[in-house]
Design a protein around this ligand. Structure first.
Ligand code: PEP
Length: 250
């Protein structure tokens, strides 16, 4: 049995006061023992404030990226060890906004995942195709090559300590979610690919869906066999919406 995980990616939103209020509302709005693990992912500078709010609660804390090295001359980067010191347990790697806007390559994403693992942080590895790639029948090729880049670097043992997030680029921030069937097809493909390397790791691996998840769509998405929760952007900025999505993951 895979315990679902619902993660809220707050991106570059919020003020210190706003983010503290949001974190408090998430903390206070969850049942004592939620069925799903819940993770919030603020901007780097908000991590200490959110860590204080979440201290002693079951809500997990993550970062939106992590450096590809443990320390050194990496201006503008934040290492996994630094994030751990501030209470983070997870870090996103390979979010499509990083891949597209900041030209992060498969190799860099894989190195970031490895650095996270080396410091005991769980990488949430984001994968997904653009609309053009989907329309030209390249979805499988794209997501599997993104997965292989990470698997080749961290090995199946590293993958066992990671989380995958399938996020079709055309669904992120557009209000147009993949249908449950479209998402399930890709999730099953990803899990099947891992199964080819190691059956037990494939069964345990959590694969989240991300892309315009809303309270109204979460139930149907999370009911699919290979969807183990969600990575939520826009809807995670409203505590009530995010809590409703968390409740849908059972
Ligand atoms: C995301 O940023 O990972 C995301 C899925 O955003 P949204 O839910 O807004 O599409």
């Amino acid at each position: 049995m895979r315990r679902p995980l619902v993660a809220g990616n707050w991106k570059m939103h919020g003020s210190r006061a706003g983010v503290e209020a949001l974190a408090s509302a998430v903390r206070d709005g969850l049942p004592a023992q939620p069925a799903a693990e819940v993770l919030v992912i603020p901007a780097f500078v908000h991590i200490p404030d959110v860590a204080r709010v979440l201290d002693g609660s079951a809500v997990l804390l993550g970062a939106q990226n992590v450096a590809d090295a443990s320390e050194g001359a990496r201006t503008g980067e934040v290492s996994a060890g630094m994030l751990r010191e501030f209470g983070c347990s997870h870090a996103l790697v390979g979010h499509s906004e990083r891949r597209t806007l900041y030209r992060e390559t498969d190799e860099l994403v894989a190195a970031r995942a490895q650095a996270a693992l080396d410091a005991g942080l769980t990488p949430v590895v984001c994968l997904g195709e653009t609309l053009e790639q989907r329309d030209s029948g390249k979805t499988a090729e794209v997501v599997l090559s993104q997965l292989d880049a990470v698997m080749n670097r961290v090995g199946v043992a590293g993958l066992a300590k990671s989380v995958l997030a399938y996020e079709p680029v055309w669904a992120i921030g557009t209000g147009r979610s993949a249908s449950p069937e479209q998402a399930q097809e890709v999730h099953a493909l990803l899990r099947g690919h891992v199964r080819g390397q190691h059956a037990a790791v494939a069964e345990e691996l959590r694969i989240l869906y991300g892309g315009s998840v809303k309270p109204t769509s979460a139930d149907a998405l999370f009911a699919m066999d290979d969807i183990d929760g969600g990575l939520v952007g826009g809807a995670s900025l409203q505590a009530d919406d995010f809590l409703a999505i968390c409740q849908a993951a059972r």
